[in-house]
Design a binder for this molecule. Structure first.
Ligand code: SF4
Ligand code: SF4
Length: 147
């Protein structure tokens, strides 16, 4: 039975006109076929600029709780980030980049975020969602970074 026959049988059994739903499905399929991978698998990355600062403004604005905390910085879980960019502008040292805009010197941070965040989540650690005091020396580090 093809899709048209399936819809026809549903129409007959339920009395509901499925034409509109079919058109919606066809439109969705057309969009997906133009952009089969609309979501970057690693949209945002916390770079080494966070190391030693950990101001944590970012964690409060993240709508999906995908930040995990290390001793000296936070990292983003690549499977949970929905690419909303809310965290980018609130970071006082501009430590977070969309992967495609990542300066070359921070290329290693893509894997670092992925490995560290997955290890923490898989071990049962909770995401960090509440702001906390920055690390001692964060103000000096911020100044040294030029902010
Ligand atoms: S706001 Fe910036 S410096 Fe602070 S924890 Fe988030 S990424 Fe790190
Ligand atoms: S881009 Fe959005 S979802 Fe991803 S880490 Fe930042 S705030 Fe969270």
């Amino acid at each position: 039975m093809n899709i048209a026959q399936v819809w026809l049988s549903i129409d007959i059994e339920t009395g509901i006109d499925r034409r509109g739903i079919t058109e919606l499905l066809e439109a969705s399929t057309a969009v997906l076929s133009r952009n089969p991978q609309p979501r970057n698998p690693m949209p945002h990355v916390v770079t080494d600029k966070c190391n030693g600062c950990k101001f944590t403004d970012c964690v409060e604005v993240c709508p999906v709780a995908c930040f995990y905390e290390l001793d000296n910085q936070v990292v983003i879980h690549p499977d949970d980030c929905i690419d909303c960019m809310a965290c980018v502008d609130v970071c006082p040292v501009h430590a977070i980049y969309e992967e495609q805009d990542l300066p070359p010197e921070f290329a290693k941070d893509v894997e670092f975020n992925a490995v560290q965040s997955k290890q923490l989540k898989d071990s049962g650690a909770a995401a960090i969602t509440a702001r906390k005091d920055p690390l001692p020396g964060a103000a000096e580090r911020k100044k040294a970074l030029g902010y």
